[in-house]
Design a binder for this molecule. Structure first.
Ligand code: TUI
Length: 315
């Protein structure tokens, strides 16, 4: 399945695994890359030496390209930016900010850079700064999100830049992939579907909640603090929504305290009461345990069939 993105990243299928903080480790990234997509190691949630070890772990498991993500709100973003250069990471993605100040050093090191954007304006700025591609992420996504849906954002970003665009948010099967390709994407980024993969290191409770989720299982909290986050509707998210109805300085501080470390509690401990189980809106379509190889084959196979048959459907 050749597109500008498979060419640019040196991969077989234009599927990028979303960087999920505390989740996307070297094992998951290697499994995705080995299956022909692009695996991404999430940087930021852990000390730099831990991320370095995860990169080494992925390198030992696959000789295919490996990506890394830098969450720009992370206090060690500067160190991670340097780590990517030292470890000869093939592809860097960024989230939750503008990576402009790092771009020159990354390009000089020969790294392919694809920042996540939630607006056309940032996409254009990233193109001018030298980005090789952008990832247009709609608010269907799990985790930290912007305000625009994939359906509306993706074609506008495609129209706004000349570099290849990867669609993100709302893709868990071949229909989503075909739709994004029709909107002008050269590839897709998927996160939530990989929560169903055997190689994904999440607690049993996390996997169970995603597999059981429906179309209306996610909520967005954190809007008053300026960092909206989509996650499964669990006791902590309900408490956040309640407190956000009448936000005061005190309640926002209370929220901040309840939220700190809540993702780790979900991922590692499966703590239903105190965890934040980040997930995209497609959780309702993620119903069966699988593995990275089968997920990538299924999505790309279905998309190819749909696109091949499209003309015949409307005669
Ligand atoms: O970054 C993500 N998703 C994330 S990061 C994360 S960890 C976290 N936990 C708690 C609070 C905040 C973060 C969990 N999920 N996706 C990429 C993404 N980037 N989504 C939205 C954006 C974005 C938004 C605004 C990027 C740039 C931006 O504006 C930057 C500017 O300077 O204009």
């Amino acid at each position: 399945m050749k597109t500008k993105i498979t060419e640019l990243f040196g991969i077989e299928y234009p599927i990028i695994q979303g960087a999920m903080a505390w989740i996307a480790d070297g094992g998951l990234a290697a499994a995705v890359s080995e299956a022909g997509g692009l695996g991404i190691i999430a940087g930021g949630a852990a000390p730099v030496e831990h991320i370095r070890a995860e990169i080494h772990r992925a390198r030992a498991a696959t000789s295919k390209p490996i990506g890394m993500n830098i969450m720009l709100l992370s206090p060690n973003a500067d160190e991670l930016a340097q780590l990517a250069i030292e470890e000869h990471i093939e592809v860097l993605t960024t989230g939750a900010g503008n990576p402009g100040k790092y771009m020159e050093a990354w390009k000089a090191a020969g790294i392919r850079v694809a920042p996540v954007v939630a607006s056309v304006a940032l996409a254009k700025r990233m193109e001018r700064a030298g980005a090789d591609a952008v990832i247009a992420e709609g608010m269907e996504s799990g985790g930290h999100i912007g305000e625009t849906t994939t359906m509306a954002l993706l074609p506008q970003v495609v129209d706004g830049v000349s570099i290849p665009v990867i669609g993100a948010g709302g893709c868990a099967d071949g229909r989503g992939m075909a739709a994004m390709l029709m909107l002008g994407a050269e590839g897709v980024q998927c996160g939530t579907i990989f929560l169903s993969a055997a190689e994904c290191p999440i607690s049993d409770k996390y996997r169970e909640l995603v597999l059981k989720a429906t179309d209306i299982s996610t909520v967005v909290t954190g809007r008053p603090s300026g960092h909206p986050v989509r996650a499964l509707k669990t006791p902590l998210q309900r408490k956040c929504l309640q407190l956000e109805k009448n936000p005061t300085q005190q309640s926002l501080e209370e929220l901040e305290a309840a939220t700190a470390g809540a993702l780790r509690k979900a991922v590692q401990d499966g703590n239903y009461e105190e965890g934040t189980f980040m997930s995209g809106q497609v959780a309702g379509m993620v119903n069966t345990p699988s593995n990275c190889y089968d997920i990538i084959r299924k999505i790309t196979g279905e998309a190819e069939q749909l696109l091949k048959g499209a003309a015949a459907r409307f005669q």
